[in-house]
Write a protein that binds this ligand. Structure first.
Ligand SMILES: [Zn+2]
Length: 318
């Protein structure tokens, strides 16, 4: 029998339930929606979670679509799922928890007697720590971003190759291979010896069908490659960046992009223009270095210095 919160499944069974993490402001008990898919055959354990950031719903779209397709009788090993981690932020459709104004993906491995977000992080980290592989489904929040997978442990980490392999198998096409900030699950879990990736499934308001499909395909690639399901995975070369050049607005006005997401950028090429309200050109911003147009703001209006876009740099294939 494998148990996660109130979900309990014997080999060949699936169950859903709640992982209790405390009480809401009105004193009601609350818990994260969790699932256990216990394969009929022995094997490894995969943990996946979504909505660690409360406005990033594509991962939830992936889980909502993947779980009904999983037949425990065909599965080897166990899948543990936390469908929605940032409970409070999800309720109000915000990125950060409104209870403690914390970004969940800076709170790992969590603290059982800490802040609200640290306690939730600790509860899901306990589940994640039981796994052999971890998928932490994110997206570029509500900005526009390519579909990519992040390896956050850093190049010198003993699990770097394993995390990179997992990212390649997930197969979004693009990878960011850059040591992340403290408190990310994709930083904390490799320290426990568990290969972990942070798929970033595009960026949108609400959710996006194409990015969700990238995620669904990625999860099934992982399940097949690592022997949870039968089947062959065609592992494709990935385009890798190891950092970003970030561009801000030199003045206020309205931004018009001259590059599309995923497009190659050469030094000196125009990335975007800023015009005034009446269409008069105020500034043209060009690329400093070559790379790939990776992410951009969604709203066209900017103030001086405001974030506009990012170019992935140090591009290679592996
Ligand atoms: Zn995120």
């Amino acid at each position: 029998m494998t148990t996660l919160g109130t979900a309990s499944a014997a080999p060949g069974e699936i169950d859903t339930g709640r992982l209790a993490v405390g009480e809401t402001r009105d004193g009601s008990q609350f818990g994260l929606p969790v699932a256990v898919i216990n394969g009929a055959n022995e094997g490894e354990t995969l943990y996946m979670q979504a909505v660690s950031d409360g406005d990033e719903l594509n991962g939830l779209g992936v889980i909502k679509r993947v779980v009904p397709q999983l037949a425990p009788e065909e599965l080897s090993g166990t899948i543990l799922v936390a469908g929605l981690v940032n409970y409070h932020a999800f309720q109000v459709a915000e990125h950060r928890s409104p209870i403690d104004d914390t970004k969940m993906n800076r709170a790992f491995p969590g603290n059982e007697s800490g802040t609200s977000s640290e306690r939730i992080a600790a509860a899901v980290f306990e589940a994640a720590s039981r796994a052999d592989l971890i998928l932490d489904l994110h997206q570029g929040s509500t900005s526009r971003m390519i579909n990519e997978t992040r390896v956050r442990c850093g190049k010198r980490h003993r699990l770097h190759d394993d995390c990179l392999e997992l990212a390649k198998v997930f197969g979004c096409g693009h990878i960011l291979d850059q040591k992340g900030p403290d408190g990310q699950l994709a930083r904390a879990a490799p320290d426990e010896g568990i290969p972990t990736i942070d798929p970033e499934l595009g960026g949108c308001v609400g959710w996006d069908e194409e990015s969700i499909q990238y995620g669904v395909d990625g999860v099934f690639n992982v399940l097949r490659y690592y022997g949870f399901l039968d089947g062959v995975v065609q592992v494709e070369p990935q385009t890798r960046a190891t950092g970003f050049d970030r561009y801000g607005a030199p003045n206020g006005g309205i931004v018009t992009f001259k590059k599309d997401l995923g497009e190659e950028v050469s030094p000196g090429e125009t990335l975007f223009e800023v015009t005034d309200v009446f269409g008069t050109l105020k500034a043209e911003v060009t690329a400093d270095r070559s790379g790939i147009f990776w992410r951009s703001r969604r709203l066209p209006q900017v103030a001086t210095g405001e974030y506009v876009c990012s170019v992935g740099i140090d591009i290679d294939e592996y």
